[in-house]
Structures are given as C-alpha cells and as structure tokens.
Design a protein around this ligand. Structure first.
Ligand code: G5P
Ligand code: MG
Length: 218
C-alpha cells in the first residue's frame, strides 16, 4: 500500500553498488516519494547524447567524479523540478562541497547510509545488468530478469555499465573512501544520519522500514 509521506527530503548514501538503487525502488513503492538518482539522470543524458551527456561521459566511463560545479548546478535544477513533492535523493551529494551547496538551498530531513562490505560489492557488480531508459537494475542470482538480457516491464535490451569493469570499480571505491566518506560525517554532525548494515539488500530492507514506518503518516 502506498501511504502519504510526512518525510519531505531524504538522502540515501552508500558505496558504489551498495544497493542504493535497489533500496530506493523499494522505498518509492512503499512510501510516496520521488526517486532522484544523479547517476541515472547522467546516464540518460549520455544515452541521449545531450550537451551535458557529452561533457560527463568520460568521467562516468572511467569511474571518476563529475566536477562539483557541473553537478551542483545540474542537481539543484533537477530538485527544483520536483517542487514540493517529497523526494529521495540518491548519488548526490558525494563531496562535502556538494553537501554544503545542497544544505544552503534545501536542508534535508533524514539521511540513510547503507553499509555493505567492499568484498560483497566487488562480487556483485560483475552480475549487474541495467535497463537504461528506466534505471531498473538486475543482478543474476538476486533479481534475475525473467528473460535473459531483457527488461521485465518493456522487453527492451539490458546493458552492462562501462564503469562496472574491474578497473573502474576499483577507482570508484577509492574515490568513495577518500572523497565521499567525509559526506557521512557532515550529516552525522547535523544529527540526521541513520546507518544500516548488511551483506544483502534483503537484510537491510527490514531495518529501513522499521526506521521509516514511525515517520510516515498512514
Ligand atoms: P551512480 O550511478 O550513483 P554508484 O557507483 O554510486 O553509481 P551504483 O553503482 O548505482 O552506485 P547502487 O545504486 O548503490 O550502485 O546499487 P544498486 O544498483 O542498487 O545495486 C548494485 C547491484 O547489486 C545491482 O545489480 C543490484 O541488482 C544488485 N544487488 C542489490 N542488492 C543485492 C543483494 O542483496 N544481493 C545481490 N547478489 N545483488 C544485489 O554514479 C555513477 C557515476 O556517475 C557520476 C560519477 O561518475 C559516478 O561514478 N556521478 C557523480 N559525479 C560527481 N558527483 C555526483 N554527485 C555524482 N553522481 C553521479
Ligand atoms: Mg545506483
């Protein structure tokens, strides 16, 4: 059942492939919030070969961060488009400068941080398949598509992400450790951080609902 949300502005943080997209899609199904994923939006621009897509393609393919000035301008514009509807932001902010810029214009209410061991992550990206137009993700053996290589809803083709190649994954995890981890501390100091630990999304999901349920009006 979809219920009306009292939570207006939520962030989901976590290392690359920690399950942010997976947990976000469950949150969206259960609570009335709009999922805004920076990575999905950037991949859509790359696919459509827009001006922004051309600028950011190299960064994504190599697993590097898109420069702050580009990201801040892009994501604050995207959030404005959502207006007053409650949102769940995934993938942004991932530098302290981005977190500060967001805080100035849109202070968030709660921050969910997914804590998944790196060895689990490295194993799982090898089996990831994505439907680019919708951002739906599959993992062979976890949520295997009904027909191999095809999206369950549209039947369109699934692809593997260029940044899921081992060298790009390594780069993303290094960047996460050095540049994104301080963002967790930024929100811990604000007193709005809640952490969820587990090796699978099914282990993490009940913890998330237990935390969110009392914050939601039925
Ligand atoms: P993204 O797109 O934000 P990442 O690296 O943060 O990319 P990613 O890879 O999208 O995060 P996720 O959303 O945390 O991962 O995880 P997911 O997709 O749900 O799950 C990963 C896989 O595991 C899936 O196949 C899923 O089915 C599977 N899975 C989930 N749970 C389980 C489980 O329990 N068991 C198993 N076996 N499988 C499971 O950013 C991409 C790039 O965009 C740029 C950067 O270049 C970045 O590298 N970018 C930014 N640059 C600068 N600033 C920003 N703010 C930027 N935002 C994006
Ligand atoms: Mg994602």
């Amino acid at each position: 059942m979809t219920v009306k949300s009292k939570i207006l502005k939520t962030l989901i943080l976590g290392a690359p492939a920690s399950g942010k997209g997976t947990i976000s899609s469950r949150i969206v199904k259960k609570y009335a919030v709009e999922h805004v994923s920076s990575g999905d939006k950037l991949r859509d621009h790359i696919e459509k070969q827009t001006e922004l897509g051309k600028v950011v393609k190299k960064y994504l393919n190599e697993g590097k961060l898109v420069p702050d000035d580009v990201m801040i301008k892009f994501m604050l514009t995207e959030l404005n488009k959502v207006g007053t509807h409650p949102w769940l932001l995934d993938g942004f902010p991932r530098t302290v400068s981005q977190a500060e810029a967001l805080w100035k214009v849109q202070p968030v209410d709660i921050v969910l941080n997914l804590v998944v061991p790196f060895e689990v992550i490295i194993d799982r990206v090898k089996n990831r398949w994505v439907h680019l137009p919708s951002g739906r993700v599959y993992n062979i053996g976890f949520n295997t598509p009904k027909v191999a290589g095809k999206d369950d809803d549209t039947g369109e083709v699934l692809v593997q992400r260029p940044d899921d190649k081992p060298e790009a994954v390594q780069k993303r995890l290094e960047i996460y450790e050095s540049i994104t981890r301080p963002v967790i501390e930024f929100y811990r100091k604000k007193g709005i951080l809640k952490e969820f630990e587990g090796r699978t999304s099914d282990e993490i999901w009940p913890q998330v609902t237990e935390y969110l349920d009392p914050l939601i009006s039925k």
